[in-house]
Design a protein around this ligand. Structure first.
Ligand SMILES: Cc1cc2nc3c(=O)[nH]c(=O)nc-3n(C[C@H](O)[C@H](O)[C@H](O)COP(=O)(O)OP(=O)(O)OC[C@H]3O[C@@H](n4cnc5c(N)ncnc54)[C@H](O)[C@@H]3O)c2cc1C
Length: 448
């Protein structure tokens, strides 16, 4: 530890064991809440001051919802839980010998450490693409992406109004490329297609927003590669019916401000959005722990890091293989690798909180972690979704209803739930998007 860090160590006012949780996403927040009333002092650290409901982030990026409807200040969410303090700072390392978490200016000691730092997009060694092809990860990204999309239409309109309009340039502006056809790519492609054909259709005088081309590239043989094949095929048919052009088995090998190169072909586009792959946060490197190929920390059956019974990794940043049960509680024959979705993070957070409670109380440890696998949902438009509940699969409007109910249920805050339902209802009736202004236009323009 440097001299500077020593003098700025975070004060420890309590004799209670200190639990430091890094990350206020689904995993970290559930861990913090699970420790309510426990005889511990919890410090939740996040580099952002908000908890974000990522499953609905694409709706902010496409102007259906506003940022505050799917997020909440961590400090406010946890304000009634007296054993928690919230710290907005970025963790840059962990000293496992001294049990210290390193922050930007100082360090903080822990008795228990929970790492729930999530993922970031994988640009496969081309981090320079990040600026021209942003991924949807934070509220800033959603604003930036909404700005890029709306700006492309504005520019095309302006250009089309000129004498001798450059039709190639207009075409480039109205071509939207999405790289990666996982759930985020499918959500974005379907919503963009509907946006251009419905919400924006009557707003321009010199262009027809319906001419927008939505191109979805996927290196795997099918869209939604983690879903069963029959659902992937249905998703593809539905996307195509919305006008999305899908290129599977197609690898994007280059990205720049003028578009992409896909399977050797130049595709001109002013708006490229990235959702092709993920890397875990650097938490594994902080510990020098064993990791899988995407950098996830390989944890034991109680979600602790091998050799460090006081450190846990949960959610997207952990590689967990655990027994599972389906919706009806029936145990699967084989253990499964936890998917990168919200439920493993939520259940992992609750499990670790229960384990710490027991350890602090001197009780026997709980049984190893097991996963209650409730299945997967993906949305592909304003009234179409896909549901894989393992013993039952269905698509279309019934799946959309399930998607909507589940997502409203997990959204934080009664007011948010109410406003989101109202906004969806209005959008459903009017086919309009509410959030059409885009602050940060300079940033979006720069990012082009
Ligand atoms: C656009 C999008 C759509 C998605 N849709 C769905 C869906 O429909 N259904 C579903 O189940 N899952 C969905 N997911 C996946 C789901 O959001 C994640 O699996 C889930 O958020 C994982 O939770 P987590 O707690 O592990 O990490 P996160 O929720 O990512 O939280 C990590 C937190 O750690 C903080 N952090 C990171 N590094 C540091 C640091 N160094 N210092 C301090 N703080 C740090 C971050 O600010 C963040 O708040 C989606 C993800 C994305 C990106």
């Amino acid at each position: 530890m440097t001299e500077g860090e020593k003098t700025h160590s975070y004060k420890k006012e309590t004799a209670k064991p200190r639990v430091v949780i890094v990350g206020g996403g689904f995993g970290g927040l559930c861990a913090a809440r699970g420790l309510a009333g426990a005889p511990v002092s919890v410090t939740l650290i996040d580099k952002r001051n908000y908890h974000l409901f990522r499953p609905m982030l694409y709706q902010v990026a496409t102007g259906l919802l506003s940022a505050d409807q799917i997020s909440g200040a961590l400090r406010s969410i946890l304000s009634r839980q007296v054993n928690v303090e919230v710290l907005m700072d970025e963790v840059s390392g962990v000293d496992t010998d001294k049990r210290l978490v390193r922050l930007k200016q100082h360090s903080i000691s822990y008795d228990y450490l929970v790492l729930a730092t999530g993922i970031r997009y994988n640009y496969f060694g081309h981090d320079e693409w990040r600026h021209v092809a942003p991924g949807l990860e934070s509220l800033d990204d959603a604003d930036l992406i909404r700005g890029k999309i709306l700006l492309a239409f504005e520019r095309a309109e302006e250009m089309a109004a000129l004498d001798h309009a450059d039709t190639e340039a207009i075409r480039q502006l109205l071509t939207f490329v999405l790289v990666g056809a996982g759930t985020v790519g499918v959500e974005m492609a379907s919503t963009l297609a509907e946006m251009s054909r419905m919400a924006l259709a009557h707003d321009f005088r010199h262009i027809d927003a319906r001419d927008a081309q939505i191109l979805l590239y996927e290196a795997a043989p099918r869209v939604l590669p983690t879903f069963p094949e029959d659902l992937s095929a249905k998703a593809q048919r539905h996307l195509e019916s919305l006008g999305v052009k899908i290129y599977t088995n197609t690898r994007v090998t280059s990205v720049d401000a003028d578009g992409v190169v896909a399977d050797g072909q130049r595709v001109r586009s002013s708006t490229v959005l990235w959702g092709a792959g993920v890397l875990a946060s650097p938490a594994g490197h902080w510990l020098g722990a064993a990791m899988d190929k995407s950098g996830k920390i390989i944890v034991g059956s109680d979600l602790s890091v091998p050799g460090h019974p006081e450190i846990f990794a949960i959610g997207d940043t952990a590689y967990v293989v655990a027994p599972s049960r389906n919706l009806l509680g029936i145990k699967a024959k084989e253990p499964m690798v936890m998917p990168g979705v919200a439920q493993p993070a939520i259940q992992g957070g609750r499990y670790v909180a229960a384990l710490i409670r027991r350890r602090v109380a001197g009780q026997r440890p709980p049984a190893p972690f097991w996963y209650w696998d409730k299945g997967d949902l993906a949305i592909a438009g304003r009234r179409y979704a896909l549901a894989d509940l393992r013993m039952l699969r269905f698509t279309g409007f019934p799946a959309w209803i399930v998607w909507a109910v589940v997502h409203i249920y997990f959204l934080i805050g009664f007011a948010n739930r109410l406003f989101v339902m109202l906004q969806w209802f209005l959008a459903f009736l009017t086919k309009r998007r509410q959030v059409r202004v885009f602050p940060g236009q300079e940033r979006a323009a720069e990012a082009k």
